[in-house]
Write a new protein. Sequence first.
Lengths: 337, 307
Amino acid sequence: MSSPSTHRPLVEASSVSCRFPIGPARPFGPKRFVHAVDNVDLEIRAGETLGLVGESGSGKSTLGRLLVGALPVSAGAIRFIGEDVTHPTPARWYALRRDMQLVQQNPAAALDPRMTVADQLVEVLDIHAIGARRARHDAAAAMLWRVGLGSDIMRRYPHELSGGQQQRVAIARALLVQPRFIVCDEPVSALDLSVQAQVLNLLQDLQSELGLTYLFVSHDLGVIRYLSHRIAVLYLGRVVEIGARHEVLARPLHPYTRALLASVPIPDPARPAPAPQILGEAPDPASPPSGCRFHTRCPLATDICRRFAPPLTSPTAGTHLVACHHAVAERSIRGAA
Amino acid sequence: MARLVLVKLVRAVATLLLVVTLVFVLLRTAGDPLLTLLPPDTDPGVVEVYRERWGLDRPLAVQYLLYLESVVRGDLGRSFRDGRDALEVVLERVPKTLELGGAALVLAILLGIPAGIVAALRRGTFIDRGLMILSVLGYSLPTFFMGVLLILLFSLTLRWLPSSGTGTFLHLIMPTLTLGTWIAASLSRFTRAAVLDVLEQPYMRTSRAKGLTRLGQIMRHALPNAAIPVVTLLGFMTGHLIAGAVVIETVFAWPGVGRLTVISVAARELAIVQAIVLLVAVSMVTANLAVDLLYGWLDPRTRNSPA
């Protein structure tokens, strides 16, 4: 943001918002909207994994879908390698599917239950006319092999596969077009713990082999910690903190990030359970709090928080950004204590 | 797959046996058949002769087995009035009923399924609301009322169509319209719900990510999946058609099974009513079986499930 970087970001979101209409609060009342994503600025650099973390309802999945063009942007702009892809023409949108892909949360539901694995994979190659028609089946099998599956599952239906196999098929499906950017929307949260690690390792291997760029959406800090180069924290549709993994994890600047980190259970019965740092429930996204959206639950909230939304800035003049009026003050308080 | 078909077949036969048995029990508990059949002033000696001739003096178990045997042979008794074979009387009505039912079903499919799909794809819009209001109207207007309205308009006022009877294509129009719109109304609601359900599935988002156009998505992924519940409903509707549309056949004096049911019940033609009940049971069971097998083809998930 400060100095023009030498390498352009692969994906760039500037002031991106997405709102959904919901029913009026009372009959014939004014139409209401949920601002699922509100004025988000984000850069994803080529080859990196940006972990996007937040609780449910924070808009992290929505943001992911916006970035791959799976949802229309209400305001703001999205750029892909410098090109504005906010509202592409149908032809351009279609072509962009080969650059950006989506891996979804529930692999069982993300695959068409009526089609065999082979049919679903070959369909992708058909849509984009990749390779000779007769070679497509083999290309699909090769991609399955790449994600660690034998070609014997080609004739199977999704329900005949295990959760891990389903997600591998979904990943293979996304990879068939050889995309550069993949949004992984909670790709392992529906899987068994033992399978989670396998799929995460697979994603990591594929990244280094193919030079992929990931936006990795998860509510699970453990998964985010394992995989991300940088971490962005989303709260009620806004980025409250973003920075390199070690910065965000070791020196979280936003009280919400700190609370998230403190709430991760530590598998040690001798240690006391962490005290809850966030007060109450997340507010209704349809009528978010004024000013800083976190002020209703923040232990540090003061008058300014209720009045003004804090900008995303760096208190250290580095790449670690935070949107909190007290981020700097809080540090000095902690230093004094 | 072969094992699955076998299991379903055995189940179908078991269901039929149950229905046949139920009919037997009902007929026996309805009272002494001789007293209902013979005139009240018949000589008791004559009654006994008939009792012996028809095997009604034998133990109930034997009677049941004999009855089963005759059902299997297709002998369902005779009409009291003219002594004709009951099954024959019923079966000669079936083509007319199927003609009306088939035409109505085709009309319902042509109207109801596209309406349901369009309503789902245009959810919440003026088009959706309009179609669904029409559907509620079509479903809640009683068929006898709708039928009479049509007769008033097309037969009495405009004099375009014959008000009753059968024979020409013109005779078929109004009964088909009445029955067809009624079926279309429920079919469109059902189709709309099925399509809406599928549209929200994550694999629809996947298909978008693949690069399919909206139309491609709908044709390749939405409709085939939404077809699963719709086909089930259609199967049951088809099975039901053989019973005839009792009310509509009566309103339009359509000589089908439905009207025969009304006439036979009124005339206490037990053998014929029994034949109709069995015929309906057979067609329902067959439709069920067909739907089950079709399901296996439509929905791979049901193929190797033990159920």
